[in-house]
Each structure stands twice: as C-alpha cells, then as structure tokens.
Ligand binder design. Structure first.
Ligand SMILES: Cc1cc2nc3c(=O)[nH]c(=O)nc-3n(C[C@H](O)[C@H](O)[C@H](O)COP(=O)(O)O)c2cc1C
Length: 437
C-alpha cells in the first residue's frame, strides 16, 4: 500500500472539549494561518493538466499579495478559505482531517440554539472541538431571538468558541413551511432581531451570517440580509449563490456574490457555491471581488482540496490528486477518527457515506461501494480496502462529480399568509433544524 494519509502529531490528545484553563489562548492562537502544506501521503507531482477542467485551464496561481488574509473580527483567515458548515459532516474529526491538509477557517456542523439552551447531551457533543483546534468556529441555527441570545451567552460564558456563524439558508420543506431557515431573511425585522440578539450576546466573539440569494428567482433577499448583517455588527457574511428553490441544482450564480460585494462594503463578503477545484476559488474571487471563499461539497471525499487551495493561494501549482492507495489511507484515518470520537457503532455508520464519496469515479469501485455501505467495524473496512488497487490513479472526472446532495429544484413551501406579513417578528413556532443550508 502506498502512502499513509494525513497524520496526526504523535502527542495528539483524544478529541474533546479542552479544560477551561487550556483555553486561555493568546491572540495569536485566534488566527487561521497557513501552515506548510503537509499533504502527507499524497502524491508530490505538480498537477497534470488532465486534472484541470477546461474552464480553469488558463487560471494562474495567486500573484504575491493578490489575495490577502481575510479578517473576521480578530480572526485572521489566511488563505481566505472557509470550510462550509455541513450538517452531519463537519464534525471535529472531519475538521481535523481537513486542517491536516490546508489552512483557513473550519466551521462546525450546525448546532441548534434551543437544544444548546436545554443542554441536550447529543448537541453538546456535536459542539465539541479538538483540544488543539483554533480558532473554534461554530455554526448556530435559531429562529427565536430569546433562545439565540441564551445559546450564545452559554457558548461565550463557557469559553467554548472563537467564532460564531449563523445559518439562514436552510431550504428544507419542513423548515421553510414554518417560516424558518431560508425563509427568515424574507422577514427583515425578524432577521434583524435574531442577528442583534446573537451579536449582543457574543460580545468580543465575531459573528457572521450565511444565507442564500433568496426564496426563488422572483424573490431575492440577499442584499437586504447583507445590509442587516452589516448594520447589526456582523464581521462578515457568506452567500451561497443559489435560491432556496434551487436547492443544490444547476450552477451557483456568482454574479450575486459580486452584487453583494458592491452593496455591502464595510465587512468581508465570502462567496460560496461550486468550488470543486482550487482554481475555482481564484476564479470566484477574481470575477466577483469577494474577500474569501466557502467550500462545501467539493471537499466531500476530497479533504486534500484544502491543500490544493493553500498551494494556489500561495502562488504555487497544486499537486496531483492522490492515488487510490493514498485515498484508502485517508479513508482509514477518517474512519478511525470518527470511531474514536463517537464509538465504533455510530462512527462507522456515519463513515459509510464518506466511503462512497472517497471512492466515487474510481474504476470498478461500484462493487466496493456496495460493501462499504454495509461496514460495521474498522476491521471490515480494512478487509474491503485490501481488495483495492493502490496504484490506481485518481480519475479526472471525479474532480467535479457532485457529492452530498441530489439535483432538482423545489417550490418553496412557506406558511400561509407569509407574504402578507413580512414585518411580523413572531418567531416561527418550532426550531426544526432540517439538514443544513
Ligand atoms: C450535506 C450538506 C449539509 C449542509 N449543511 C449545512 C448546514 O448545516 N449549514 C449551512 O449553513 N449550510 C449547510 N450546507 C450548505 C453548504 O454549507 C454550502 O452552502 C453549499 O453546499 C454550497 O456550497 P458548495 O457548492 O461548495 O457545496 C450543507 C450542504 C451539504 C452538501
């Protein structure tokens, strides 16, 4: 087997929340600065042109000083790259894996405010950070200014976070039909009240918000949302350049990111949508003028994308993607981290979906995936992977294969009378979290 996957430092402590005293971090710890691109176990050859899609063939690496670090309050994010919050995905083990390849800011999966306030055990677990994780970036979802304020006060008083992101982009039917998720920005006063409550409770901790372009093509909300964030003291905003109706379908409309950048000038604008190759990030920043990028599905089964991003932002060529042997090493590492974090039963079950993404596009992988989606232990994973050919090269077409969500649009479901009552500030009745943004 060639390659060894990203490695953890030998003195690595088990993941978990660090004791309060070890959280006395110097200001310098609050920076998400570039580390050397370790890429342990990942092929060292500069990227062959077969791995660069036609749309990116002429994109040049960053020129010196072209893309400065982005400041999110006191956090210096260098390069200006953010791991998108993804429910059920961007937990402590996945963030550790990604951090091992690159640099930037790595946001937690979405945590619901009400459950935090109620000290729900599972929620507290999801809100954990590795002892060495810095900055600690958490995404919160809440619909009620009261509970959002309570949740943020709890996080801040207990010194659990360095950055708070808020999710206003969830397009899921059961959420929007109650007026939650992506429907909230359509009610500017409610959005304002929730954001105000979070920013006040956060004190020195920087707050950012993440939202979509709007409900559908005829109902855009992103410019208002950006202006509200700016006025309420958010330190940056992220725009997923799709509407709620669009779900994950089609292409993100990067023009909207440029429009938001024009409209909201005093805080950084982070662009999100369809960064599959590191070159896409540079293209997005050059074409929209945005201050940083947020990377979601592109890193599913491809955490080394953060290494490619670190390379191009540093003015270098990225390396070739890993061979199957190297991919398998990363899979073992990812599965091991998950099992260590939650125990084997839950860890290995949650790894199954990652296994399908890691193997996507490799010749003959369909049969292997059939087995991988049934694994129950790390030993079973080893046995199945032992059948794989470690010398297989990464399939170029897998660079842009969509992962994590299906295509297809929807008609956005909203509460009855919603449109007639946009100034209403009554929080939606329940805080159904859905599955993200
Ligand atoms: C599986 C999955 C879960 C997601 N969960 C969340 C979430 O909890 N919060 C959020 O703001 N966005 C969530 N998103 C949306 C992403 O953060 C991102 O906005 C979206 O995937 C578009 O970026 P991309 O084209 O780089 O994937 C999720 C996306 C996926 C694929």
């Amino acid at each position: 087997m060639s390659g060894s996957g990203p490695r953890l430092p030998p003195d690595r402590k088990p993941p978990g929340i660090a004791p309060r005293e070890s959280r006395q971090r110097a200001a310098s710890h609050r920076s998400a600065k570039a580390r050397p691109n370790r890429r342990n176990g990942v092929s060292n050859r500069a990227m062959d042109s077969i791995y660069v899609s036609p749309i990116n063939q002429d994109v040049k690496p960053a020129a010196p000083g072209e893309f400065p670090a982005v400041s999110i309050g006191p956090i210096l994010c260098d390069p200006p790259v953010v791991l998108a919050p993804m429910a059920g995905i961007t937990n402590a083990p996945f963030r550790r894996l990604c951090r091992g390849f690159g640099a930037g800011l790595y946001v937690s999966e979405m945590i619901t405010a009400r459950a935090l306030v109620e000290r729900n055990e599972k929620t507290l677990r999801l809100a954990e950070f590795d002892p060495d994780e810095s900055p600690r970036s958490l995404q919160l979802y809440g619909v009620d200014p009261h509970y959002v304020g309570e949740a943020v006060r709890f996080l801040v008083d207990e010194d659990r976070i360095d950055h708070l992101d808020m999710n206003f982009g969830c397009p899921v039917r059961k959420v929007t039909r109650r007026g939650g998720g992506a429907a909230i920005p359509a009610k500017p006063k409610l959005l304002e009240a929730i954001v105000r409550s979070a920013v006040r409770a956060a004190g020195e901790i920087p707050v950012t918000i993440k939202f979509r372009m709007g409900i559908d093509d005829d109902w855009m909300t992103f410019l208002d949302a950006g202006r509200i964030a700016e006025a309420e003291g958010c330190r940056a905003v992220s725009l997923h350049a799709r509407t709620a109706a669009q779900l994950y379908d089609g292409e993100a409309d990067w023009n909207a990111i440029g429009e938001l950048k024009q409209a909201v000038q005093s805080i950084p604008i982070l662009g999100n949508g369809d960064i599959w190759e590191a070159w896409d990030a540079l293209r997005m920043m050059r074409s929209t003028g945005c201050d940083g990028v947020v990377v979601g599905r592109g890193c599913l089964g491809r955490p080394w994308l953060f290494g490619d991003l670190a390379a191009v932002y540093a003015g270098n060529q990225p390396k070739n993607p890993p061979t199957f042997g190297e991919v398998m090493s990363t899979m073992r590492e990812h599965a091991r981290l998950l099992c260590e974090w939650t125990g084997t039963r839950i860890g290995i079950t949650s790894f199954r979906k990652h296994a399908t993404w890691y193997t996507k596009g490799f010749p003959g992988s369909t049969k292997m995936r059939d087995k991988l989606i049934r694994i129950n232990s790390l030993e079973e994973l080893d046995v199945i992977l032992a059948e794989g050919d470690p010398d297989l090269l990464f399939p170029p077409r897998a660079m842009r294969l969509s992962r994590g969500k299906k295509g297809g649009r929807q008609k956005v479901s909203l509460p009855e009378g919603f449109r007639e009552n946009l100034d209403d500030m009554t929080p939606p009745a329940s805080e159904e979290p859905g599955d993200g943004g």
